[in-house]
Design a binder for this molecule. Sequence first.
Ligand code: 13P
Length: 290
Amino acid sequence: MAFGSLREGAEGSNCTRICANCEQIPHFWYPSPSLMTQRTPIIGGNWKMNTGLESGMNLAGCVVDMVNTIESCEVVVYPPFPFLQAIESVIDSSRVSLGAQNIWHEESGAFTGEVSGLMLKEVGVTSVLIGHSERRHIFGESNDVISKKVAVGIQEGLQVVLCIGETLEEREAGDTLKVVLSQLEAGLSNVEASQMVKVVIAYEPVWAIGTGKTATPEDAQKVHSAIRSSIDEMYNSEIAQQTRIQYGGSVKPENATDLFACKDIDGALVGGASLSADSFTAIVMAARNS
Ligand code: 13P
């Protein structure tokens, strides 16, 4: 089915909840099934510091209603810390997993304002974002701290989504691959081959985050391919082929299908568009295996 064609009475149309950010529509727009490889695509909704408790629960409920019958695509939502437990109660027993936006690399102690992996697991978190560009650039997280967080996240049995990406300045200086691959290498420096099954990479060019500018599929594919080659060099080709690499940065239903058609793009980490169940579900639909 071509992108933008209308299908009546499909899974996406049966959400009856009222979301603050989600327009309730009687029909749903279904993009084409993706042309991705055998790797199960993974779509994450990074809510960042958005939603309230009630609107977040409604959003999560709508997402569950709309994506629960979609197979062959992993779906994770990353709500703000205070809402994790409430969102868990909404998505419990569904196909949607619970993720956290951050973690600290110690188990407990005098680390005011921080949250450990043990704490996250206790409230049902199974996935964690590490090294998001907002953590790196607003909160000054270094590659060293990020690599410790990656190691701890894995030790705790969490799925770790290691976020990497270059700034506009770095891109314009021609340093995209140098920056991205050095972040990759540093982030994985404490990860053994056998642990790579717990790792997802999210390539998020900083200049594309929240700006409405997306890397072209060709540009994104070049970086994803370089990331995969680098994983091959660091580990082996089997691990490189099995590791999922998400793209992030202004992903929307309108550009998702073209991005997911690229052979090394295995899903998306979605910010703004994950705050609407309609647009988030459309992106999930674009990623499902045909
Ligand atoms: P946007 O989709 O709003 O550009 O955010 C991307 C992002 O930072 C996801 O982690």
